[in-house]
Design a protein around this ligand. Sequence first.
Ligand code: NAD
Length: 441
Amino acid sequence: MSNLCVIGTGYVGLVTGVCFADLGNKVICLDVDEERIDKLNRGIMPIFEPGLEQLVKINTQSGRLTFTTVHASALEDAEFAFIAVGTPSGVDGEADMQYVRSVAEAIADNVDHSIIVVNKSTAPVGTGDWVTDIIRKRRGGKPLDFEVVSNPEFLREGSAINDFMCPDRIVLGCTNHDAANQVAKLYLPLRSSILITDLRTAEMIKYASNAFLATRISFINEIANICEEVGADVREVATGMGYDKRIGHSFLDAGLGWGGSCFPKDVKALAHMAVIHGTHPQLLQAVMEINRNMRRMVIVKLRRSLGTLDEKIIGVLGLSFKPNTDDVRDAPALEVIHLMQNEGAVIRAYDPQATENAARQLNRVTLCKTPYEVAEGSDALVLATEWNEFKELDFQRIKASMKNPLIVDGRNLWDSDRLTEIGFTYFGIGRGNHTVNNHNE
Ligand code: NAD
């Protein structure tokens, strides 16, 4: 059993903390957000993540997991301090490092024993050295025995606990192998592959992985746009490609593109890093541009059928950036809503979990309690997030309640033949043979 302090209790920090506690360690989770810690101490989850509440309950009851806002007590016995704070986009696309800096300073101010600082925040290459410098400078002449290890996180919201417990790999970057080996021991119960490398390489592995996954999605979206023009169906193209072992099936779903708290900011930050180091990240720029265009394509499809969007009532299903999360950071749905509002559309929307978070970022949107309420009186229905709950809807009922039976399926979730049979005008993404089936024709 080891003593861990996990700093930051968001999607990464909270999941890391509770999972390490579940593996038998004593974990103190620290956050500067008092309301968040107060909630956690009362057993209320600040985020929606499947399985999280139950796991937190088990581990707080066992005494292995506690929550605090007080650095001194949280760090007092910590052998490892995990940094899991946000690194959002700055004005120029760079990662904003103010939260990581303040954690490094807090460690310098509150620790007087040997400690390993483990960075889980996605941060620019060079951050490990930068954190080391900050701690040293802050200590002045006062020595501190510490090492910094980079341990990028690859969990996905919506399946975060499973991803943490059954990772594809653990990456550890360090200048001191002993420190990395000690962190590796924490992960041994997971029986995962562990790659130990240098700090900068570990940091780059995270950015390169996210950029590659975003590239796959933008690639298939580019193919989708071509499919629409030439009369092919991108879903079958992706399936046919995916059988090739060198390609595989994952991240080849055409749609409104990638969003969320990681891909957009990480691809931007990598491109920014490339530029300030004198290279030309042409592929990354294209990947981002294709992604932006996928949102605009929704407007094009709506206009094609409605003429103008002015004063049209448009229902949106799904607000979170992907299913099984309440996270709306850089959610395609929100961008599409803004684009439609710019054209004068009146928006009604529903999401199974993200309504509260989305409400903080949306203006003039009627938030409904069911998909059926969204459809009522609408001129069009746009599917933005492919929650399971949307897979099997009563489309007869939906059609009967809509003013105009138009569907833009931004995730290729539905059976276009069935919907056109019912009488909908259906637009998918990249479904050349199934794109426009106007029931009036
Ligand atoms: P988040 O915004 O959900 O949580 C960050 C938490 O840190 C917040 O609770 C905030 O109050 C707290 N915080 C900020 N400054 C602090 C400080 N000085 N001391 C203590 N707490 C502080 O962020 P997240 O989604 O968990 O992401 C954290 C990092 O992990 C980011 O760098 C992100 O890129 C990376 N990451 C995220 C995911 C993901 O799916 N969310 C996956 C892999 C990696």
